[in-house]
Design a protein around this ligand. Sequence first.
Ligand SMILES: Nc1ncnc2c1ncn2[C@@H]1O[C@H](COP(=O)(O)OP(=O)(O)OP(=O)(O)O)[C@@H](O)[C@H]1O
Ligand SMILES: [Mg+2]
Length: 354
Amino acid sequence: MFGFGSKAYLLGLDIGSGSIKMLQLKESTGKLKVERFGMKPLPAEMIVDGSIMDGLGVVTAIKELATEQKLKNKNVALSISGTSVIVKKITLPPMPEEELDKQIKFEAEQYIPFDINDVYLDFHILSQEKQSSVTQGEMEVLLVATKKDKLNDYANAVREAGLTPKVVDVDAFAVENMYCVNYDVSPAELTAIVNIGASVMNINILKGGVSAFTRDIAIGGNRYSERIQQDLGLSLEDAEAAKKGQLPDVNADALHQAVATVDEELATEISRSFDYFRTTSPEDIARIVLCGGCSKIKSLPVKISEHLGIETSVANPFKKLDTSALKKSHEDIERIAPEAAVVVGLALRREGDR
Ligand SMILES: Nc1ncnc2c1ncn2[C@@H]1O[C@H](COP(=O)(O)OP(=O)(O)OP(=O)(O)O)[C@@H](O)[C@H]1O
Ligand SMILES: [Mg+2]
């Protein structure tokens, strides 16, 4: 609180498959200020399925971004997502944190579909007052397991670019941080935050401000581009531009139809995950909040809201942040905001955070 003497904010670094984003926050007279923000697009083949395929390319892009932004802070919060990350809520007999620290490997074994020696484990004991569905004599623990080789690849790319990884987060949780800083989280109602990027969609359902369910699904903006490429007979580059409304002389009806087909596909995926969640929760989801680059597709929130019958809106990750230092127009800030959802959440982390 008050920021005085508190640890400085880490440099947020979101290594997405569509682009790398970097953001530095600063606390000034009680307000959170965005000091720096930069974004660099990546060619489609550099990160595939959450794996870095071209290490040198990623390192170069991070370096270029850091140089452009004239960064002084080298201490980074980064994140990972996709199928190499497992997040599970488990129920255990109550025990002190130090005890769980010793036991977690043994406890985790039954929940993790990988060899336990190939993963890094972390956990978070969900506080007593936030536990709703547990009976007395039990505690709820959020278990996070990430494949060592994937995490090492990301951390090594950051190191090779001359930066120091200090905190590794998960995309779905970074987006939760972003949301909680910018919006009043309803203590009673369930909110689903859905971050849709280029290749992954992260779903995080919040209950009383804590995560009750997360799931990553390998679908995103690339699916739109591929569909447009196929249906309209375009190159992938042109399809990407057409999707963003930047390609003149395109068959508008066919484009509209291709986008609508993928909107439907995404809505169906979200609906499936919600159906699964409903088997574990008596309360239903009150609202959906979208973020990530795909939240810029105008027809998507409408389709999701129609398909699921749940009010759907688009989050603004800069809502409560002072962006004046970026010296950008209001329109430019609005244009970049959706893609900044994860990096804002990462930039809120401080050294020593878990
Ligand atoms: N104006 C727009 N209209 C439609 N789609 C857009 C627009 N702007 C960006 N996108 C799409 O958003 C996606 C990028 O979003 P984002 O930056 O959130 O993803 P990422 O973090 O790089 O990827 P991931 O997290 O999936 O690895 C791309 O598929 C891009 O084409
Ligand atoms: Mg992303």
